[in-house]
Design a protein around this ligand. Structure first.
Ligand SMILES: O=C1CCCN[C@@H]1CCCn1cnc2cc(F)c(F)cc2c1=O
Ligand SMILES: [Mg+2]
Length: 454
């Protein structure tokens, strides 16, 4: 996409999920665009109520060279205030709707709470979609269409299980009507993490920015809007979910290098033959659409290269030594479980393709099994506190009262951070009549996921 180009030679193959998402939103007739990086203070102040909470995060340019700017200018932390004045100009009649734009760009938010590479950084890359419809029904439908795409990015490309749900009134985007999200979980730290968001903004921004249109009946009406994003935070989640003590473990579908071929010369036994076999193996795999490379550097030992490419998370390693050459076979090693198998060169492409599919599925299944093992269903406060202490992802019946949500945050404050609602899953377990809220004892209205989070 525009302005967001992951160099193919970097090992973060994240750009594959970008390609998937970009192709899918184009099917939804969403067009890519690019708006300015700088936001004028007047237009930023327009969304006073919701921006004021974020004001400390806004980065301002105050100088050019040695001289101070007359008026400081903000760097976009998100692009509503940049885009919506134009939406107001462009949208006049119902034939101007739906207006559906997306941009791939960077944004800056001057975070103070523990910055973490990819997870919470002061500059990050994302796509932000901004759509406008004549009716709420169209907006509601798109919110869920996009959320499903986010689920697919995580589950089909990053091999990470996520839970689809709705944010509470307290946790949602304050400027919107409601927020849906896909929630991931990191078993090692016992923390939930918001994977991506899809908001229905209602008519809040239409009111603020006077985005009206003349409907079929010739009456003036405000548009219904959505906005949705996923970011380079996905890379951080992938690293934490799949990584192990040897380093990264990249799912094949997002690995820029899927297969690394390494020569294993032995004394002076046919070294040239081994190197030629490596090169031809790379060519054969590449022609079949597999991202293969060879590490033919003569200043590193095979053992050194094994560790190097394991650290970079390459899903498959192919070793070729004198014996392999003599038997017209190669030794294939999986990064995810270190399984080794000898494969005849004749059936290499087919077996490598099968192996990559197997690894992709295995990574997802293992991550799902680990995540599910962390889910703890509770009904009482004591069970809740015990599960929290065990770093669980907690499913609890809740009365849906914001005061209770705030109270749980207050009562769970600590150096590990407070426990909050992560989402109310669309998939609701059975809630028997008379079930009480775990925290307030009032009649429960829904099951919600609670946990500490990033
Ligand atoms: O989350 C999305 C999807 C993509 C478009 N934006 C929405 C809401 C963003 C919510 N948000 C999030 N963070 C912000 C940080 C700021 F410094 C600031 F001025 C504003 C915001 C802010 O509005
Ligand atoms: Mg924030």
């Amino acid at each position: 996409g525009l302005g967001l180009s992951y160099k193919k030679d970097e090992n973060f193959g994240e750009w594959y999920s970008e390609e998937f998402f970009d192709a899918e939103i184009k099917k939804l007739k969403i067009k890519n665009c690019y708006f300015p990086l700088f936001v004028s203070p007047t237009v930023l102040q327009k969304e006073k109520e919701h921006v004021e909470g974020f004001a400390p995060e806004v980065a301002w340019v105050t100088k050019s060279g040695q001289s101070d700017l007359e008026v400081p200018i903000a760097i976009r932390p998100t692009s509503e205030t940049v885009m919506y004045p134009y939406y107001s100009k462009w949208i006049r009649g119902h034939r101007d709707l739906p207006l559906k734009l997306n941009q791939w760009c960077n944004v800056v938010r001057w975070e103070f709470s523990n910055p973490t590479p990819f997870i919470r950084s002061r500059e990050f890359l994302w796509q932000e979609g901004h759509t406008a419809f004549a009716t709420k029904a169209e907006a509601d439908e798109e919110v869920l269409d996009i959320l499903e795409l986010y689920r697919r990015v995580y589950e089909e490309y990053l091999a990470i299980p996520v839970i689809k749900g709705k944010k509470s009134e307290l946790e949602k985007f304050a400027g919107g009507l409601y927020t849906t999200s896909v929630e991931a979980f990191i078993p090692n730290t016992g923390r939930g993490i918001q994977g991506a968001t899809s908001h229905c903004l209602g008519q809040n921004f239409a009111k603020m920015f006077e985005i009206n249109f003349e409907d079929e009946k010739g009456e003036k009406a405000m548009v219904w809007q959505n906005s949705w994003a996923y970011s380079t935070r996905t890379i951080g989640v992938m690293v934490m979910v799949h990584g192990d003590d040897k380093g990264l473990v990249l799912p094949p579908k997002v690995a820029a290098v899927q297969v690394i071929v390494i020569p294993v010369p032995f004394k002076d036994a046919d070294t040239q033959g081994i190197f030629d076999a490596c090169t031809s193996t790379v060519n054969t795999l590449t022609e079949a659409g597999i991202h293969a490379e060879a590490d033919l550097r003569d200043n590193y030992s095979p053992g050194w290269k094994y560790s190097h490419w394991e650290l970079k998370g390459v899903p498959l390693r192919i070793e070729i030594g004198p014996r392999d050459l003599a038997n017209s076979q190669v030794r294939v090693v999986r990064r995810d479980n270190s399984a080794k198998v000898d494969i005849p060169m004749a059936s290499l492409v087919e077996q490598v393709k099968d192996l990559l599919v197997t690894i992709q599925k295995s990574l997802y299944d293992v991550a799902t099994q680990k995540r599910d093992a962390c889910i703890q269903k509770v009904t009482t406060w004591d069970e809740f506190i015990e599960a929290l202490g065990q770093k669980k992802l907690i499913l609890a019946p809740w009365c849906d009262e914001e005061e209770v949500e705030k109270d749980v945050k207050a009562r769970t404050k600590g150096e590990m951070g407070a426990c909050k609602t992560l989402c109310t899953p669309f998939e609701q377990p059975d809630l028997p009549e008379g079930t009480l809220c775990f925290a307030s004892g009032k009649p429960a209205k829904k099951w919600s996921y609670w946990g500490r989070s990033y």
